[in-house]
Design a protein around this ligand. Structure first.
Ligand code: AMP
Length: 430
């Protein structure tokens, strides 16, 4: 047996149902806020991430799956979605085509990280981006949506954390203040931080090395260095999310690991998820579209880690999708009739299963029970002779004979009540 690649995993049928449940809940919300789906390739030119995600980031420095293809081109399995979304936005001129470009995308990302619970080398994100709006109203709407989306799936355990990292005019002052405050102590920090201090000192706040923490805790805070415009913007965002009644915590350490963020940054954390407790992260990136060769166009967005969302859901809800109908046939003649009937049932929209191996009635009934189908149709020689079929409601054990011609209509009326399926996603929450 050749096992899966380290850090990747199979999503098996029971878990896949939870994914479907989460994805359909997310799509429903995205619809409400006016987002449109985009699907970009999993491979992009390496340069897109080197430039877009940023040379100083851990992603570009250590984690990308880069290779040279047969034509000699350097390509990368995408480690995050934002640069791809920006590329697609610019390449297809979506700023002209769409009224408000509000875009989303689902799919796998690849990062060569050290695998652990909640951290994989192939993982999935929902990515959400809005282009062309600089007003704080969109920051607040995005925060409100991010919060609503996590709370809908993980009620009462989420925490929204917010910060502002300033813009290209005030951020250099903050970077200098950081370096000044660090002074000689920079040599006491870990190797990563020493490197960060040279390329992007803000990223020192991402450090998790315990020995570095007392030094980092004493550093200045970005919000004390915001220029007037950034301050006004951030105050408007905070005031709006307070009006929305969204509980939030300010954290000066939230600079996030990517180079392109400006102004608002945020994360949603989930209590009790251990070290990998961030389920969603994002921020504003007003210079990125231009940096990647597009127009001078602001942007803001976030990414949700779907594994982490599905894992938290798994602790609370069991979800199944049993067939609506299970067919049981006794004898060869009945079995032939069943094979036609199963097609008719499916054509009428009833999910249907049967036991293909034509075992005894007892075994077929056991399998019918295990399938979880609320309704079992039984066809033997008696029924054949009368051109009828026995319909059994599994929950109550009630049985009745129905003429074959009236069957579809009868099931159409009875099944919605027997299945308890929610119409929105076709899944049964147990
Ligand atoms: P990022 O793109 O790093 O801002 O991450 C956004 C979200 O994606 C995080 O909050 C996590 O939920 C998820 N995420 C990031 N990296 C991984 C990973 N290696 N494995 C699983 N989920 C991840």
């Amino acid at each position: 047996m050749i096992p899966v690649v380290k850090g990747t995993r199979d999503i098996l049928p029971d878990e896949a149902l939870r994914w479907q449940y989460v994805e359909s809940a997310l799509r429903r919300l995205l619809e409400l806020y006016g987002y449109k789906e985009v699907r970009t390739p999993l491979i992009e030119r390496e340069q897109l991430f080197a430039k877009g995600t940023g040379e100083s980031t851990d992603i570009v420095q250590k984690e990308m799956y880069n290779f040279t293809d047969k034509s000699g081109e350097r390509v990368t399995l995408r480690p995050e979605a934002t640069p791809s979304m920006v590329r697609a936005f610019v390449e297809h001129n979506l700023g002209q085509v769409m009224l408000v470009p509000k875009l989303y995308s689902f799919g796998p990302m690849f990062r060569y990280e050290r695998p652990q619970k909640g951290r994989y080398r192939q993982f999935h994100q929902l990515d959400v981006e809005v282009f062309g709006v600089s007003d704080p109203a969109i920051d607040a709407e995005i925060l409100e949506m991010a919060w609503t989306l996590v709370c809908e799936l993980v009620p009462s355990r989420a925490e929204l954390v917010v910060n502002s990292v300033g813009c290209k005019s005030c951020r250099p002052m903050f970077s200098s203040a950081l370096l000044e405050s660090l002074g000689d102590r920079v040599s006491e920090l870990c190797g990563d931080c020493q490197r960060r201090s040279k390329i992007n000192p803000l990223r020192i706040f991402d450090c998790k090395v315990p020995r570095d923490q007392p030094i980092i805790d004493a550093l200045p805070h970005s919000i004390d260095y915001l220029c007037k415009d950034c301050r006004v913007h951030f105050d408007a965002v905070l005031s709006q999310i307070s009006d929305y009644d969204i509980p939030h915590r300010l954290s000066h350490r939230l600079v996030r690991g990517l180079d392109y963020y400006t102004r608002t940054t945020f994360e949603v954390l989930i209590e009790g998820m251990g070290a990998q407790n961030a389920v969603l992260g994002g921020g504003r990136y007003d210079g990125l579209v231009r940096h990647l060769g597009g127009p001078d166009c602001p942007g803001i967005g976030f990414a949700v880690g779907l594994e982490r969302l599905v894992n938290t859901l798994a602790e609370r809800v069991a979800i199944s999708n049993p067939p609506a109908v299970f067919l049981v046939a006794i004898g060869d003649d009945a079995r032939l009739v069943m094979l036609t009937l199963i097609r008719e049932l499916r054509q009428a929209g009833f999910s249907t299963q049967m036991d293909y191996d034509a075992r005894s009635l007892k075994t077929q009934m056991k399998r019918a029970d295990r399938s979880g189908a609320p309704c079992v149709l039984i066809l033997g020689s008696d029924e054949l002779a009368r051109n009828e079929i026995t319909v059994r409601e599994m929950r109550t054990g009630n049985q009745r004979s129905i003429s074959k011609t009236a069957l579809l209509e009868y099931l159409g009326e009875a099944l919605p009540e027997w299945t308890g399926k929610s119409e929105s996603n076709g899944l049964v929450q147990e």
